[in-house]
Design a binder for this molecule. Structure first.
Ligand code: 6R9
Length: 649
């Protein structure tokens, strides 16, 4: 039986969504034809303290790069996420927290969340935090993480959330870059039935900071694990909160004042501090959350990401809370205590929308039908995916097993840099094709260009660029505007380059083909090969290293490492373990290599540039497609590499 390639909008959806096909087309057309008018209107979904008069002030020119939206308006993001819901919806559940241990959960109303955010905001002020200061958040998936983010927003401090799976070294690098003198953490988190110690990592990170003296660590004593509190520096979250007043007027912030920094990997250098500002970001995340998920008040919306990534920022915290939604925050992993956990949570809490990464879907799919066996799942109305391309097989499994063949799947393509979804179906408006992120959201002007920057028309494949700005776009790289220009606006003139390749079919649907730069996407986590390589060569045994991705059934991409050891160091099982652990400790467990291959030499051009194309082909078992290797300084290394590779298998 052949599977369908086109899934029309399901019957029960007709007329019940915010928009149908015609509605989408009209609104999309208007968003381009009268961009200023469109965004002026959409921004009214927020409460402004001082209304803006200027809508958009943008130049993508590399030497005059600036992106400003609603620039003369003022607002407070936390007040938009909390205060304005209190009068009529104060008792609605803002956060439905689901704990790692089955059976543990907690509902926090908008009123309760508001109260705790205000008190914690006052607590931060009492510690000397002022508007503009960067506050690092290194926390497990507990409600206090949301409180910390919103408290920063309330007082105009800039949060920098660092994924709790990152190592002390990685944390220190980010605190140094942000010159962040305050960090908020927990003694430990819970994941998969185990404690994950965090405070010890923070202690080590503080000791490792070279450019910043961290003055304060606020610690949520969440688990029973012992914690070492350093007097004069470490502050207990509960004690701090207890001493505070609930009255904390929101700071009046300019729309373009920074809201947060979030570090992400690129093809070169250290991770970049992607900076988002308040007014545009909240307009965009709130609008996309409503239309992409066709969100209705009262529904339970579960984005199963971590707050350490942009998906968590935009679709666990800011978008949903701006819309007065009930956002689900899940502490644990999809397969604890067993593979039925996701389905059980859906049933137990009657979840309406489930939004998860393809890697999680593929991991569950590997268990056949077991993950949904015996589950009802009838509360689900809509499914979503994000983070990497989804293969049609996983799409269909998700559609059949979680969607009971009835729920549309919104495959949302976007990036840390874009703030919210840019290419995405709208349920009710878009017929779906498994594996395609379909069409642009309102105001988005995608294009495909060839390597010389020529725009390709019609059905085509090329580099994915964006020709114009949208309010959720990043504003700069923290502390390095030149790097912002160089990274995104220098490859193709006057265009934002995404780093992704894509194909557009005859229906105008986009199919993301993956990164065209040296960025890996491992289980939906972005990692720069340069970052991994520089960590490896920092090890005394390593002379040279090259890292490439290779196709991996569950992770999408796996990490394949080629290492040349220093002379006198012999390859061994032990050295293998040492380097594996080294990457885990330098960057974090997400950087654990899948394969380490010893390489007596690496394929280089005569000018000394490593030819990764060749290494990628070898890692993927595609030796017959190596292409031209005659430009190599020493073509004989290739044979040796293939030889070693086949012996690994
Ligand atoms: C939101 C997020 C961004 C990169 C992006 C692309 C890949 C994300 C995707 C997708 C195909 C999708 N990506 N969503 N590829 N289909 N629906 O994931 O941000 O962590 O910055 O990653 O992820 O390659 O460039 P981020």
């Amino acid at each position: 039986m052949t599977e369908p390639t086109l899934y029309p909008v399901p019957g029960p959806y007709a007329g019940k969504t915010l928009l149908d096909e015609q509605g989408y087309l009209e609104m999309y057309r208007r968003s381009l034809e009268d961009s200023e008018g469109f965004w002026r209107e959409q921004a009214q979904r927020l409460d402004w303290i001082r209304p803006f008069t200027q809508v958009k002030d943008v130049s993508f020119a590399r030497d005059d790069l600036h992106i400003r939206w609603f620039a003369d308006g003022t607002l407070n993001v936390a007040a938009n996420c909390l205060d304005r819901h209190l009068a009529e919806h104060g008792d609605d559940t803002a956060i439905l927290w689901v704990g790692d241990e089955p059976g543990t959960s907690r509902e926090i109303s908008y009123r309760e969340l508001h109260s705790e955010v205000c008190r914690f905001a006052n607590g931060l002020k009492s510690l000397g935090v002022q508007r503009g200061d960067v506050v690092t958040i290194y926390m497990p998936m507990i409600p206090q993480a949301a409180v910390a983010m919103l408290a920063c927003a309330r007082i105009g401090a800039v949060h920098s959330v660092v994924f709790a799976g990152f190592s002390p070294e990685a944390l220190a690098g980010r605190m140094d870059d942000g010159q962040s003198r305050v960090v908020i953490t927990a003694n430990a988190g819970r994941r998969g039935g185990r404690s994950v110690v965090l405070k010890e990592n923070v202690d080590r990170a503080i000791a490792l900071c070279k450019e910043t003296t961290v003055e304060t660590a606020v610690v949520v004593n969440y688990t029973d694990d012992a914690v070492n509190m350093q007097p004069g520096r470490d502050v207990d979250y509960g004690e701090l909160l207890a001493a505070q007043d609930e009255d904390c007027p929101p700071e009046e912030m300019g729309a373009e004042d920074p809201l947060f920094i979030l570090y992400t990997s690129g093809s070169t250098g250290k991770p970049k501090g992607v900076l988002h500002s308040g007014g545009g970001y909240l307009t965009y995340t709130s609008l996309t959350h409503e239309y992409v998920f066709d969100y209705r008040r009262g529904e339970r919306f579960w984005c199963a990401a971590d707050i350490g990534w942009i998906t968590g920022h935009s679709y666990i915290i800011y978008g949903p809370l701006a819309n007065g939604a009930t956002t689900v925050m899940y502490e644990g992993v999809p397969n604890y205590p067993d593979v039925t956990r996701v389905a059980r949570i859906v049933d137990e809490h009657q979840i309406d929308v489930l939004y998860i990464a393809p890697t999680a879907i593929r991991a569950l799919m590997a268990e056949g039908d077991r993950p949904t066996e015996g589950a009802d799942l009838s509360s689900l109305r809509l499914l979503g995916t994000v983070g990497e391309p989804i293969n049609p097989e996983a799409w269909r499994w998700y559609h059949r097993n979680f969607g009971r063949g009835q729920c549309p799947i919104v495959d949302t393509w976007w990036q840390t840099e874009t703030g919210g979804a840019l290419l995405t179906p709208l349920p009710g408006a878009t017929a779906l094709k498994p594996g395609s992120a379909t069409r642009p959201f309102f105001g988005i002007r995608p294009a495909l260009v060839d390597n010389d920057g020529n725009i390709l028309e019609g059905a085509a494949e090329g580099n994915l660029v964006l020709l114009d700005s949208w309010p959720g776009q990043m504003r700069t790289v923290f502390g390095d505007h030149q790097r912002f220009a160089d990274t995104y606006f220098s490859t193709f003139r006057d265009m934002y380059f995404t780093g992704d390749g894509a194909r557009r079919d005859a229906d105008g649907y986009y199919w993301i083909t993956g990164r065209v730069d040296d960025v890996l996407n491992v289980s939906g986590h972005r990692m720069g090969t340069a970052e991994l390589e520089s960590a490896l060569v920092a090890h005394p045994a390593v002379a040279e290293a090259a890292v490439v991705g290779f196709p991996h059934d569950i992770k999408g991409q796996g990490i394949y490492v080629y290492v040349t050891l220093n002379s006198g160091v012999e390859p061994s099982e032990e050295m293998h373990r040492t380097l594996r652990d080294w990457l885990r400790s330098e960057i974090g467990p997400i950087a654990t290599p899948d394969v380490i291959q010893w390489a007596p030499g690496l394929p280089k051009t005569r000018s000394g540039k490593i030819m990764r194309r060749i290494l990628r082909k070898i890692a993927a078992d595609e030796y017959d497609q190596l292409g031209d290797i005659s430009t190599l300084a020493d073509p004989s290394v290739v044979e040796q590499l293939i030889d070693n590779h086949t012996r690994l298998a």
